[in-house]
Design a protein around this ligand. Structure first.
Ligand code: FAD
Length: 289
């Protein structure tokens, strides 16, 4: 990665509340995140197999038109027909959102295979670009510093990532990781393979032990020994966990910025206090670089 004095952008990820009735809580979150002037807010869609598509439209609409921030709508395609996908894209366009994170989507926990017309994210990327109506869309895609759990080896992972980028991806957002060395090795691999789009580094502050179990289960992220040691020691002390989780993320971000990362994508878990703490601590050390 380059080590010049370029600015590192911040982007934040939020998810629709589990209960539709709680949607107003997200507006308080957005008001707080706006103070941190992110490059964009991205909004998940049915992550973990829960279907929340209409809420994603409602929330990106609020991000863009009420809070005046740039919005990226996540769009998993594995369960969609092409007609559904077109309808979904038009719903985003109708509220002025033209930035999409094109995803395959998590497979249902029961092992069933959704009956959609897309198998992989690259097909959705090509589908979006096949419409004149969506010619102004900017398309992002996901990448995995520890390789995707379904990839048999690195060669296959990088091959399909390159294919996905070449189908029309403007930027990548990484899966969360806890070892920066893993991310730097990944960047070396993709740059050597000729993948040259910007990559946002996914950082998730871990502030409680429940989160760890869920993350390991969902993302298969590996946890460094140093991380496990402190988390185990303080897992039943919520105040300590908050401080340790924020400090770990701050340490990661400062190191990433020093290595010239393209951007920081913070998985906020809808917790603006954590985002503000991390952003503020990094800014105190190195300014908005
Ligand atoms: P793909 O790019 O399709 O890759 C999946 C696997 O298939 C990889 O092993 C890849 O090597 C392989 N592959 C890719 N293309 C091909 C091909 N053409 N032929 C054969 N093999 C291929 N999930 C949600 O449901 N909702 C969300 O909002 C959401 N947000 C996310 C945000 C981020 C930043 C990230 C990193 C993930 C997110 N996910 C979300 C999870 C994501 O949907 C899963 O990780 C999913 O398992 C893979 O999605 P993908 O788009 O990376 O898949």
């Amino acid at each position: 990665m380059s080590q010049d004095n370029k600015k590192t952008g911040w982007t934040f990820e939020i998810f629709p509340p589990r209960r539709t009735a709680n949607i107003s809580s997200i507006y308080c979150t957005l008001a707080d995140l706006k103070k941190l002037k992110p490059d964009f807010i991205s909004v998940t869609y049915g992550a973990g197999g829960i279907s929340q598509g209409s809420q994603t439209v409602e929330i990106v609409n609020a991000v863009k038109n009420h809070y005046d921030m740039d919005a990226v709508a996540h769009m998993p395609c594995i369960a969609l027909t092409k007609a559904d996908a077109e309808q979904q894209l038009r719903a985003f366009k109708n509220v002025g959102v033209n930035k999409i994170l094109a995803l395959r989507g998590d497979l249902p926990a029961d092992g069933s295979i959704p009956q959609g017309e897309f198998k992989h994210a690259d097909e959705l990327v090509r589908f979006i670009h096949s419409f004149d109506d969506f010619s102004d869309f900017k398309v992002y895609a996901a990448c995995y510093p520890e390789k995707h759990p379904d990839s048999p080896d690195w060669e296959s992972d990088i091959h399909y990532l390159k294919q996905k980028v070449e189908s029309g991806v403007d930027g990548l957002i990484s899966q969360l990781f806890f070892s920066n060395k893993t991310f730097y090795d990944f960047m070396d691999r993709i740059r050597s393979a000729g993948i040259d789009v910007p990559v946002e580094a996914g950082i998730m502050p871990v502030i409680n032990s429940r989160q760890i179990e869920r993350m390991v289960q969902l993302c298969k992220a590996s946890l460094p020994e140093k991380f496990c040691c402190v988390m185990n020691k303080f897992s039943d002390n919520p105040d300590a966990m908050f401080e340790i989780g924020c400090a770990y993320a701050v340490d990661q971000v400062i190191d990433l910025v020093a290595h010239g990362v393209d951007g920081i994508h913070l998985y906020t878990m809808n917790n603006p206090a954590v985002a503000a703490r991390i952003y503020g601590s990094v800014k105190a050390v190195i300014g908005r670089v």
